[in-house]
Design a protein around this ligand. Structure first.
Ligand code: PMV
Length: 347
């Protein structure tokens, strides 16, 4: 095993993934719906893998021992198995930094598992094509499958029981359309219920879950067409529809799943008011209280200033379409990720 450093960017789903496929192995982590995303240059994870005597995981400069660490070892086991190598997986020291403009409330499983996947595959000497890396990343976290690729990405649901046709594919590169995504942070802290538990609870009890699944393929096709045509009003319409359909099915869960806070709603109204006044942006919200706003670069600054002034908003991060995930073998093994990373990560 070689020491490796990898970088992967987070992504925002413009057409959402929410729900897991049933009747297949949970280990495959297959989605019930496809999704379409933009990779985000401003939200990056850097991960190093070093040979070690025992497994160890450090995140943003702190040792991690709990279920989060167990998920990392499990993922390394998967990639070792996929590499077809004999014997036990070598122990590894995993050092990971989220290079996000502010760390609060934006920890990303998408960039984290994408970086870990490509780092481990490279460290284990596995020559897998990007589509296979994407499938492996999906087993760590559904959204991570999309972060293997830069630009705009579609993750196809597929129907094969072994998940072989559930693949992310790059649709258009980062230079196709330099859209801006504003990440409007409305609170610090962790979400009350994780996405896997939330999805299962929603599937079991929400009367709106089936219609959500049944209508998602049409949204994906409409979004892909709008993306290729660089038609922001058409894309924005699907983005908002997909987001609010997903949240409607979440809210109709028993007991309810409400990921928003008061500021989330205020920001949505502010974006819609700005749009009515000619400053066009379109909202989307994940399983958390932050609002993400898709807009043209020419309106980004004005919209950003306006949203930063909304009471309860902690900050606004500006992101553009980002690059593919990458990994490189470290020829001279440095200590770990450099000091600059630590300062940025803890800022
Ligand atoms: O990848 P997960 O298991 O964290 O699920 C992501 C779910 C959403 O963020 C709500 C939507 C998406 O497609 O990213």
């Amino acid at each position: 095993m070689k020491p490796v450093r990898a970088t992967a960017c987070s992504n925002i789903a413009l057409v959402k993934y929410w729900g897991k496929r049933t009747g297949v192995s949970a280990e495959l982590n297959l989605p019930a719906v496809g999704s379409l995303s933009m990779t985000l240059d401003a939200l990056r994870t850097e991960t190093e893998l070093h040979p070690a005597d025992a497994d160890a995981f450090e995140l943003d400069g702190r040792p991690v021992h709990d279920v989060q660490a167990a998920k990392v070892w499990r993922h390394l086991d998967r990639i070792w198995a996929a590499s077809g190598r004999d014997g036990a997986r070598p122990a590894a020291r995993v050092v990971s930094y989220n290079r996000f403009p502010t760390a609060a409330g934006l920890a990303s499983s998408a960039s984290g598992f994408a970086a870990l996947t490509i780092a481990a595959a490279t460290a284990f000497g596995t020559d897998l094509p990007p589509a296979a890396l994407s499938s492996l990343a999906r087993q760590g976290s559904g959204s991570a499958a999309r972060s293997i690729f830069g630009g705009f990405v579609r993750l196809h649901r597929g129907s094969a029981p072994d998940g072989s046709d559930c693949r992310a594919r790059p649709l258009v590169g980062a230079d196709h359309w330099p859209l801006t995504l504003l990440v409007v942070q409305t609170t610090a802290g962790r979400k009350p219920i994780g996405s896997t538990d939330g999805m299962e609870r929603c599937r079991e009890t929400s009367p709106y879950y089936s219609p959500w699944v049944a209508t998602s393929e049409a949204d994906l096709d409409a979004a892909e067409a709008a993306l290729r045509a660089r038609d922001l009003p058409a894309l924005g319409r699907v983005v908002e529809h997909s987001c609010f359909k997903m949240h409607a099915s979440m809210m109709a869960t028993d007991p309810p799943l409400l990921y928003w806070n008061g500021t989330t709603v205020t920001v949505v109204h502010e974006v819609w008011q700005a749009r009515a006044e000619g400053l066009s942006g379109y909202v989307t919200i994940d399983a958390g209280p932050h609002v993400k706003v898709l807009c043209e670069p020419t309106t980004a600054t004005a919209l950003r200033e306006r949203l930063a002034a909304v009471p309860g908003v902690l900050g606004v991060i500006e992101a553009r379409p980002g690059p593919d995930a990458t990994a490189a073998i470290l020829e001279t093994t440095p200590e770990t990720i450099p000091e600059a990373g630590r300062e940025e990560a803890s800022a």
